[in-house]
Design a protein around this ligand. Structure first.
Ligand code: SF4
Length: 435
C-alpha cells in the first residue's frame, strides 16, 4: 500500500453511545461536539493530502448523529468528492447503520468497520458488547445492499470460556459477511474491567509469541489483517486508582499494580535495541530515581566508562525489576519502602518474590543482553534475589566493584559505600572492560 495515498484521521467528537465494552477505554472519552470546529479541523487535516483513500477512526460510531452531526458527515463526503478521495473508511456500531445514513455516502467506495469482536451471543454478552450477532448480520447485509464494503474487527484472547475455539469460529463466520477482517490483540485500556481482571490474576494479555500462535492460520489470507499492537501499549493505572504505596510488608511487594507491570515487563516489553549490558542497580528514596544522588553518581560512572549507549539500567526494588526508562511511570514514582522497618520474615518474602520476578524477566530477555552487572550493597536483599535468579538460569553475574574494597570501606565506618568514588570508579572500569 502506498502510504502517501492513504490518510488516517481521528476526529475527537462526542462520545461512544455505548461505552461499556469491558476492554475499551476510548468509549468512555467525551469531547465537545462542535460542527464548525470539526469542519475546520478536517480542512486542516486534508490540506496537503492528494491521495485517494481516507480512513476515519473515531472510537464510537461515525454514523451516530449525537457523536457526529449529519451536517459534518455531509461536509466530509463533499470534501472527499472535491479532493478526489474515492475510498472512505469509517466505523460504526450496527444500530446506526441504516438505509438513510448509507445514502449519504453514495458515489464513494465506502467501507464500514464494525467491532464484532466475537461471533457468539453469549460471549458478546460477557464482554458487554451491547449488540447481537443478528444485529451485525443485518447491518452487514444492508451495507452490501448499498454496494459498500464491510470490515469486521475480531479480538483474540477474550475473557470467555472456549475463547480460542470461539475465535476460530468467529473468523470463519466473519469471512461470510466481510470484505476485510482485522484480528486484533486484546490489550486493556486504563479505565476498564479488563485491567482489574489482569490485576486479580483472572486474565492476562498475550505475548507477541502467543498472539502469533493464535493467528498463524490466517497470515496468508489476503482478506485478513492481524495486529499485535494498534497503539503503543503500556499498563496504565487510571489516576483515580493510584495510591501512594508507602509501607513495608507483603502487600507492598506483592501489590496488584506491581504485578501487572512485572508480568508486562517479563512477557511483552522489549528492552531497547543496542543496550546489551544489563546493569542492575538499587532504587532511591527520591522519586523518580533519575533525580536522586545515587542515580546521578551511577550515571556519571556509566558515562565515564564510554559504554553509555550500551548500558540498560534495571532497578531492583519492592515493585520488582524496573527498566529505568519507566522510572517516572506510576507506581514506580509513587512508593516508599523504609528498610529500617524490615523484619526477617518480610526480607525473606522480598527476596523470594523478587528472585521469581527477576527470573521471569531474564528468562524471556536474557538473549537480549551480553553482560549482566550488579551494583548493590553486598548485603542487599535485591542482590541476593538477583543472584538466585541468575544461578537458576545459568547467567554469569558480575559484581560492578571489588568486594574487598567494599568490605574495607564498611570496616572504616562508611554507611553509604555505593556513593564512594572508589566503588564508582571500579564500576566504570568494569563496564569499560566489557567488549
Ligand atoms: S469498543 Fe467501540 S462500541 Fe465498545 S465502548 Fe469502545 S468505542 Fe464504544
Amino acid at each position: 500500500m502506498d502510504e502517501n495515498n492513504v490518510k488516517v484521521i481521528v476526529p475527537k467528537s462526542g462520545k461512544c453511545s455505548w461505552g461499556k465494552c469491558i476492554f475499551c477505554g476510548y468509549g468512555k472519552e467525551e469531547h465537545p461536539v462542535n460542527v464548525q470546529v470539526l469542519k475546520a479541523w478536517l480542512d486542516r487535516q486534508l490540506l496537503d493530502f492528494s491521495g485517494d483513500t481516507l480512513k476515519v477512526y473515531c472510537s464510537g460510531s461515525f454514523l451516530d448523529d449525537n457523536q457526529f452531526p449529519p451536517e459534518f458527515r455531509r461536509y466530509l463526503v463533499e470534501k472527499c468528492k472535491e479532493k478526489g478521495i474515492k475510498h472512505l473508511e469509517i466505523e460504526s456500531r450496527p444500530e446506526f447503520i441504516t438505509d438513510e445514513k448509507l445514502k449519504e455516502f453514495e458515489g464513494l467506495d465506502l467501507m464500514i468497520g464494525i467491532g464484532l469482536e466475537v461471533a457468539d451471543n453469549d460471549a458478546l454478552k460477557r464482554i458487554a458488547k451491547g449488540f447481537t450477532v443478528e444485529d451485525y448480520i443485518k447491518a452487514a447485509n444492508l451495507i452490501h445492499e448499498h454496494g459498500f464494503k464491510v470490515k469486521t474487527y475480531l479480538l483474540v484472547n477474550l475473557p470467555i470460556p472456549n475463547a480460542r475455539e470461539l475465535f476460530h469460529k468467529s473468523v470463519e463466520f466473519a469471512k461470510k459477511y466481510s470484505d476485510k477482517i482485522v484480528i486484533m490483540n486484546l490489550l486493556p485500556h486504563g479505565r476498564t474491567p479488563m485491567l482489574d481482571m489482569w490485576a486479580r490474576g483472572d486474565w492476562k494479555p498475550l505475548s507477541r509469541k502467543e498472539f502469533e500462535g493464535w493467528v498463524k492460520d490466517y497470515l496468508d489470507d489476503p482478506k485478513i489483517e492481524v495486529e499485535f499492537e494498534t497503539f503503543k501499549f503500556v499498563p496504565s493505572i487510571p489516576p483515580e486508582k493510584r495510591v501512594y504505596l508507602k509501607g513495608v510488608g507483603k502487600e507492598f511487594v506483592d501489590h496488584p499494580w506491581y504485578n501487572i507491570w512485572q508480568d508486562w515487563f517479563a512477557r511483552i516489553y522489549e528492552p531497547p535495541a543496542g543496550r546489551d549490558i544489563a546493569l542492575f542497580v538499587p532504587c532511591s528514596y527520591t522519586k523518580p530515581y533519575s533525580r536522586s544522588k545515587t542515580h546521578k553518581l551511577i550515571d556519571r560512572a556509566i558515562k565515564s566508562s564510554g559504554k553509555e549507549k550500551r548500558v540498560h539500567k534495571l532497578v531492583i526494588s519492592s515493585p520488582g525489576v524496573i527498566p529505568f526508562e519507566f522510572n517516572d511511570h506510576y507506581p514506580f514514582n509513587a512508593y516508599d519502602w523504609d528498610e529500617k522497618l524490615e523484619t526477617p520474615e518480610i526480607m525473606k518474602f522480598y527476596i523470594e518474590k523478587n528472585a521469581e520476578r527477576i527470573e521471569n524477566y531474564l528468562r524471556n530477555h536474557k538473549n537480549h543482553y551480553k553482560y549482566f552487572v550488579a551494583y548493590f550493597r553486598l548485603e542487599a536483599e535485591s542482590l541476593e534475589a538477583l543472584k538466585r535468579a541468575c544461578d537458576k538460569l545459568g547467567i554469569e553475574l558480575k559484581l560492578g566493584y571489588d568486594p574487598e574494597t567494599y568490605k574495607k570501606l564498611v570496616e572504616e565506618g562508611e554507611k553509604k559505600p555505593l556513593f564512594r568514588a572508589e566503588l564508582l570508579n571500579q564500576l566504570s572500569e568494569t563496564l569499560k572492560n566489557l567488549d
